[in-house]
Design a protein around this ligand. Structure first.
Ligand SMILES: Cc1cc2nc3c(=O)[nH]c(=O)nc-3n(C[C@H](O)[C@H](O)[C@H](O)COP(=O)(O)OP(=O)(O)OC[C@H]3O[C@@H](n4cnc5c(N)ncnc54)[C@H](O)[C@@H]3O)c2cc1C
Length: 342
C-alpha cells in the first residue's frame, strides 16, 4: 500500500449519496488533485482495482456494495483565471459544490450560470451529463476542463468539442471517456449578459414578482425558489433528481402517439425530433405517488424516484424497471435512466 495515501477500508457511502442508500466501498480515498491519482496508478494493487470517481453522489444509484476503490474528488478552489474583450474565465476545482460555485460567479457580477442554480453535486461532475435546467446547459458557457487520464498518467486540457456534449451526455459517459478524472472546469461567462427566460415558468415567476429587467442574482433567486417548491430536498428525502431522461423520438413517432394520446406532452427540437415529457408518461401509467417497498415515486413530480426511508438500491432498481416496463407497454417508448448505476 502506498505510504502517503490515506486509504480507508470498508467505507460507508450512505452519507455520500443523495439517495441515502446504504453501501460500502472496499477501499476509499479522498482526492484533492492529480498527485494522489498518479500515486494510485503507481500502486499496482490499487491500480488494478475497479474504480469509481465520486463527486457529490447526487446522480448515482448504488445498487450494491462497491468491490473496488472509490476516489472521492474533493479538490477545492475557485478563481477568475482570464479575461477577453467579451468574456471572463472562471475556474472551479472538481470538489467545489456546484451551487456554491454559481453563487461565487454571481458575487463577481458575472451571469451565465444562474439558471442552473441549486443543482446538487460538484463542479467536477457538471460536465459529465452536461447538466442543465430552465433552458440552459453548461455547454452554453463551457470553456475547457483539465483531466487526469488514469490510463496514461497524463494531465491534459479538453475543449468543448473534445467533451462531445449532448443532451445529458458527454464523452465521459462513453467508452473513450472512461478513466478520465476531471480535476477542474473553466467557464467563459459573458460580459454582455442577457437573461435566458426561454423557460416559461421562470419568465412567469419573474413577471409575477414585478421584475421586468432581472439581474443574474434575481434570476438565480427565482430558480432557487421554484426548485425548492417542486423538488424534494435530498437532506430530507433521498433522491437523485430526475430519474429518467426525457425520451427523444422522431416526428413521425410523435405524430402516431398523438393520434392515440392527444394530450401527450412533447416539445419540438431544433433538429426536427420531438422530446417527450417522461414525467407525464410515468404519471399517465399511474405511478405518481406510488411506492414499491421503501422506494417510491415523488407525489409532486413523477420523474423523481425517492427513498422513503431505508430503501435498498435493489428496491429503487426494481421500481425503475417496473416503471420502464409500464411506459414501454403503453407508449412503445423505453425510458433511459439519468443516474449512473453502480
Ligand atoms: C434534487 C436533485 C435535483 C437535480 N436536478 C438536476 C437538474 O436540474 N439538472 C441536471 O442536469 N441534473 C440534476 N440533478 C443530478 C445531479 O445533481 C447532477 O448530475 C450533478 O452534476 C451530479 O454531480 P455529483 O457531484 O453529485 O456527481 P456524482 O453523483 O458523484 O457522480 C455522477 C457521475 O459523474 C462521475 N464523476 C463525478 N465526479 C467526477 C470527476 N471529477 N471526474 C470524472 N467523473 C466524475 C461519477 O463517476 C458518476 O459517473 C439533480 C439531482 C438531485 C438530487
Amino acid at each position: 500500500m502506498h505510504p502517503h495515501l490515506a486509504i480507508e477500508h470498508d467505507f460507508p457511502l450512505k452519507s455520500l449519496n443523495t439517495f441515502g442508500l446504504a453501501a460500502t466501498a472496499r477501499r476509499y480515498l479522498r482526492v484533492s488533485g492529480a498527485a494522489e491519482l498518479a500515486a494510485v496508478m503507481a500502486d499496482a494493487q490499487l491500480a488494478s482495482m475497479p474504480r469509481l470517481l465520486l463527486g457529490g453522489g447526487s446522480n448515482l444509484l448504488l445498487t450494491r456494495d462497491f468491490d473496488g476503490l472509490v476516489l472521492h474528488m474533493s479538490g477545492a478552489g475557485k478563481d477568475i483565471v482570464g479575461e477577453t474583450a467579451s468574456h471572463v474565465l472562471v475556474r472551479g476545482a472538481a470538489g467545489e459544490n456546484w451551487h456554491g460555485f454559481v453563487q461565487y460567479t454571481l458575487e463577481q457580477g458575472l451571469g451565465g450560470l444562474e439558471n442552473m442554480s441549486l443543482i446538487p453535486g460538484t463542479v467536477g461532475a457538471a460536465p459529465i451529463q452536461n447538466i442543465g435546467a430552465y433552458g440552459a446547459e453548461i455547454k452554453d458557457v463551457f470553456h475547457s476542463l483539465t483531466v487526469f487520464d488514469m490510463a496514461s498518467g497524463m494531465v491534459r486540457t479538453m475543449d468543448a468539442a473534445a467533451c462531445r456534449f449532448g443532451y445529458r451526455d458527454s464523452v465521459f459517459k462513453h467508452a473513450d471517456g472512461q478513466g478520465l478524472a476531471i480535476i477542474d472546469v473553466t467557464f467563459a461567462l459573458p460580459r454582455a449578459w442577457q437573461p435566458n427566460l426561454r423557460y416559461a415558468e421562470l419568465a412567469q415567476a419573474l413577471l409575477e414578482a414585478g421584475v421586468e429587467r432581472p439581474t443574474p442574482q434575481q434570476v438565480s433567486d427565482t430558480v432557487v425558489a421554484i426548485r425548492r417548491r417542486k423538488l424534494p430536498d435530498p437532506a430530507v428525502i433521498g433522491n437523485a433528481g430526475s430519474f429518467f431522461k426525457n425520451p427523444v423520438v422522431t416526428r413521425e413517432q410523435c405524430a402516431q402517439l398523438l393520434a392515440q394520446f392527444p394530450a401527450l406532452v412533447h416539445h419540438a427540437q431544433p433538429d426536427g425530433s420531438e422530446k417527450l415529457a417522461a414525467g407525464w408518461l410515468i404519471d399517465q401509467c399511474g405511478w405518481k405517488g406510488r411506492n414499491l417497498g421503501a422506494a417510491g415515486v415523488y407525489p409532486k413530480q413523477a420523474l423523481v424516484l425517492v427513498n422513503n426511508g431505508g430503501a435498498s438500491g435493489a428496491e429503487v432498481l426494481a421500481l425503475a424497471r417496473a416503471i420502464q416496463a409500464d411506459v414501454h407497454a403503453r407508449y412503445g417508448v423505453m425510458l433511459d435512466p439519468e443516474p449512473v448505476f453502480v
